[in-house]
Ligand binder design. Sequence first.
Ligand SMILES: [Mn+2]
Length: 375
Amino acid sequence: MTGVKFLATADWQLGMTAHFLPAEARDRYRQARIDAIRRIGEIAAAEGAQFVVVAGDVFESNQLDRTVVARALTAMGEMPVPVWLLPGNHDPLDAGSIYLSEEFERQRPGNVHVFTEPGLLEVADGVDVVAAPWFSKAPLSDLVNDAIAGVDPDATRVRIVVGHGADWTADSGDLKSVKVADVEAAAAAGRIDFCVLGDHHSRRQVAAHTWYPGTPEVTRHREQDPGHVLVVELGDGDPVVTTHDVGQWAFDVVEAELSSRADVDDLDARLTALPHPERRAVKLRLTGTLSLQDKARLDLRLEHHGNLFGSIEHWDRHTDVAVLPADGEVGDLGLTGWAKDAVDELAEAGRTEGAGGQAARDALGLLYRLSGGAA
Ligand SMILES: [Mn+2]
């Protein structure tokens, strides 16, 4: 068998909008997905890869701003090697497919190809892809094993399966998910050599010959290990898979239990230590109880970080920081007259449970801060 070295990637989700980002960061994030294509091309050149396969969800949807398609195709055209695109569940080959549009064909660079048919297709000398494109968002069977079913063993050729979909689990029972055990059986029988799957956005080796490269640029806070592409070398031995970092953005979940000034300072230090905050979206999951002074300090520090980060926001359903005025804190503000009456009322209401109590404590915290108590 001839050896081959290629790049495996998937789930570019080009045109995806991160709605939780402010407009300024949203544009930069959208551009980052295009820039990732260029970095993938640089890795292909540096590694001497023969081609690139993208295992589905190249585009976020079939209805995209035309600037996304134009910029993506231009970036792909700059790659020094052929790029093979697989239609996935987000960009299926249906009647409205981007891949079948006049606009796509007119702008398609000569090195960019689309898998429009299931089954074997020669992509390099002695190398075939077993393609499993999606034709709708809801196929009724395991397209990957359907495609493999037509492949006979041929010791003289390398066979790379390129498919899309969740891996099958007994409890999902989903007909369209990929039965990885069957893929591995085909590998053991010498019918295929490797399988690249899209759909799962975190990098993951599912079995000896089956990998999800994951998305090259993070798409959700819950992803375990996004931001990579795989360099795959196939020859006479086992597959050799090397991970390369591509992603420029990071989505973090930062958790903290806050009950003292030291806890607030510790959280502040953790946020300060995160590199490239302008390309980072943080969801905060904060719990605990703080005095008026410490809560005001927290709010000030978060306001500062909010100016630096792509976005920083409270993850509402997981955030619950109560404010409990410490002894003398309210009196220390030196308020008199109606202002003091308001503070006393809020302090009273703040002792109650529920949303009303929380609102009163938040108001008290804000009033404390605005009165100069945080200084
Ligand atoms: Mn996807």
